[in-house]
Structure formats: C-alpha cells, structure tokens
Design a protein. Structure first.
Length: 181
C-alpha cells in the first residue's frame, strides 16, 4: 500500500511540475513583447555570433560579429545582407516565420510534450509545414534560450541565446529592410 502511495505521489509531482513549467513558459511568452540578446549560431559546425532584437510578431534584427552581416525581418520578408551579397526571402518560407510568432508557439506548447535535457533545458519539438523546430527554454527561469532548425539549404542550425533583456524600448525603424547595394 505504501509503495502504491509513493508511486502515486511521485507521478503526481512529475505531472504537476511539467504543467507548472508549461504554464510559466506560456505566461513568460505572453508577457514578452520583445527580446534583445547575444547569440551563438552553429550551422553544420560553422559558428557565428552577434546580437539580435526580436519584436513580436515576426520581426528580428541581427548584427553578426564578423563579415558585416545583418539579418532583418519586417514580418513579411527576411533579408540577409553582407558586404558582397544580398538575399531576400519570403518569411513564410523560413522556420523563423514560426519561431518569431509567439502566439503560434504558445498554441503549440499547450499540446506538445516537453523533454528535459541534462536537467538544464526544456525542449519542445514542433513539426509544422515540413519544418522541424526544437525550441529550448531554461529550466530555472523558463525563458526562451534557443532553437534548432534546418535552414533553407537543409543545414542543421542551432541558435543559443544569452544576456537576454526583455521588453526594452526599441526603435521601430530597426526592422526596416536594408536596400540592396
């Protein structure tokens, strides 16, 4: 009898804490209008870093530390610009369309199973529109700390966030698409 009671108790705690994680993650997302952060991105072993600002819904501005590279989305298009190149994509054709849509994330998290990784991260896996997106949250703060996708060239891309600031004053023109040289 005591054994059954212990099993029930630990099962209840396990489900209760997962529910609490989900609810707190959703609350954090609901209370976030923008994020500014440093990032490290690993695409098939090539590591890049820089700073980004996200404004929900679907806007992002990133400056990479090398190559004078910037990445900008105005919510409809995504531009990647370097000194020698300029690429423009419909945002809907990229995984960022889903990652930058917090309402989409919230709706998915309600129905997804969480996975605890190394007692440090909570991972949710989203399969949508031929995209597989792993979204990572810190297990303590329950804040968004990264994502893993396949990019438009089918390269695995892991982006980790650090030094995160929420709900800062940001200039709206930050998300204006750069012109092609």
């Amino acid at each position: 009898m005591l054994r059954l009671l212990l099993i029930f108790f630990f099962t209840f705690l396990s489900f209760h804490s997962k529910g609490d994680n989900r609810d707190k993650i959703i609350k954090n997302l609901n209370n976030t209008s923008n994020l500014s952060f440093e990032f490290e991105q690993n695409i098939n072993g090539k590591i890049e870093s820089g700073n980004c600002t996200i404004e929900y819904p679907k806007k992002i501005y990133c400056v990479y530390n090398k190559n004078n590279k910037i990445l900008v989305s105005n919510g409809k298009s995504l531009v990647i610009k370097t000194i020698s190149s300029y690429y423009r994509y419909p945002l809907k054709k990229t995984p960022l369309d889903l990652i930058l849509d917090k309402n989409f994330l919230i709706n998915k998290i309600y129905s997804l199973k969480e996975k605890i990784i190394d007692n440090s991260y909570i991972k949710y896996t989203i399969n949508e529109n031929n995209n597989r997106i792993d979204i990572f949250f810190d297990i303590i703060s329950l804040e968004l700390i990264g994502w893993q996708t396949k990019d438009i060239y089918q390269n695995t891309s892991l982006t980790l966030l650090g030094s995160i600031l929420k709900n800062q004053d940001i200039k709206k023109k930050l998300f204006k698409l750069p012109i092609q040289n």
